[in-house]
Design a protein around this ligand. Structure first.
Ligand SMILES: [Zn+2]
Length: 317
């Protein structure tokens, strides 16, 4: 029996290793450029909330044994009949606390999408669409809505965790503070990165430093901060490091607002949640003029640790 249901502090790592022979992938579960980052996951979560919170999962269907890793044992049975008391987000994970003492963890991976059909709010009246290829998990909600997780590349993940042990889950316990929380503050960040010899870009992508930032938003943050992604973290003054905090919060908050305002109920008319058009200052703008007033620099694209960095060599130092 390869599957492990619950983890405890001592056994969680070993058990998930048993269940997930590719455990080394957890540490390299870093984002690719098209992978949803914190604002996209927050937008998906907010789109699910009005449909799922306080409702019962009348019927859960699990159409395959795994995504990135095997699903937990008896997942469909453990979800069917459970009431969702709370939906929340930690980093890029959506968590649904159930009335049975377990929480469902959802990771969208690279291509995972959440679709809602059969709108219970009356905004869209349509029948549930025919099942699509890659509809791996389907929840029929007691209010008549259907929530479908579709993931062609299967880099997504789901797990069931005891709610009182979420913090010790192997994917969660390695995470640094939430960037929008009070635990993310000046002295923390200075202490965490001012000795690091790596480029600031990779330090900010380190999920143990701050949770939920990915390639796109780190590029945007460094542009606003006027810091080159290539600069060694240890060379940056404490004042400039402290100045990253409000910029990170601002960039993420703006993106969350863009996600909310661009979609009705955080949802596109086809029922898909969360992915929204967003204009970036530097990301994807190589060879284009810098947006900073009076800077006539040209945005440059370089590869760092296998990922693209976009920056203005003139106003980012
Ligand atoms: Zn510039």
């Amino acid at each position: 029996m390869l599957q492990c249901v619950l983890y405890d502090n001592k056994q969680d790592f070993a058990s998930i290793q048993t269940r997930c022979p590719h455990l080394d992938l957890i540490s390299t579960l870093t984002d690719h450029d098209n992978m949803p980052e914190l604002p996209e996951v927050e937008t998906v979560m907010r789109g699910l909330e009005p449909v799922m919170t306080g409702q019962q999962i009348a019927h859960a269907v699990v159409n395959r044994p795994d995504l990135r890793w095997p699903f937990p044992a008896n997942m469909a049975a453990r979800l069917t009949g459970a009431r969702i008391d709370r939906l929340w987000r930690r980093s890029k994970y959506i968590l649904a606390d159930l009335d049975r003492g377990e929480s469902l963890l959802i990771h969208l991976g690279m291509s995972g999408r959440m679709l809602i059909s059969g709108d219970p709010l009356g905004n869209f009246v349509h029948d549930h669409p025919a099942a699509q290829k890659h509809d791996h998990v389907v929840f029929d909600i007691s209010n008549g809505a259907r929530v479908t997780f579709n993931d062609p590349r299967r880099f997504g993940a789901m797990d069931l965790i005891r709610t009182d042990q979420i913090d010790t889950h192997p994917l969660i316990r390695v995470l640094g503070p939430e960037p929008l929380s009070n635990g993310f503050h000046e002295s923390y960040l200075i202490d965490k990165i001012s000795h690091r010899k790596s480029p600031i870009k990779s330090v900010l992508l380190d999920q143990s430093v701050v949770a939920g930032l990915g390639n796109i938003y780190v590029c945007e943050v460094l542009f606003r901060a006027g810091i080159s992604p290539l600069r060694q973290a240890a060379q940056i003054s404490q004042k400039r490091i402290a100045g990253l905090i409000p910029i990170i919060r601002q960039v993420l908050t703006e993106a969350i607002q863009a996600g909310g305002s661009s979609l009705r109920d955080f949802r596109q008319t086809d029922g898909e949640l969360g992915y929204f058009q967003h204009n970036f200052d530097v990301y994807g703008r190589q060879e284009k003029p810098c947006q900073t007033p009076d800077c006539n620099g040209i945005i440059k694209r370089v590869t760092q640790s296998g990922r693209s960095s976009f920056y203005c060599p003139k106003c980012q130092r």
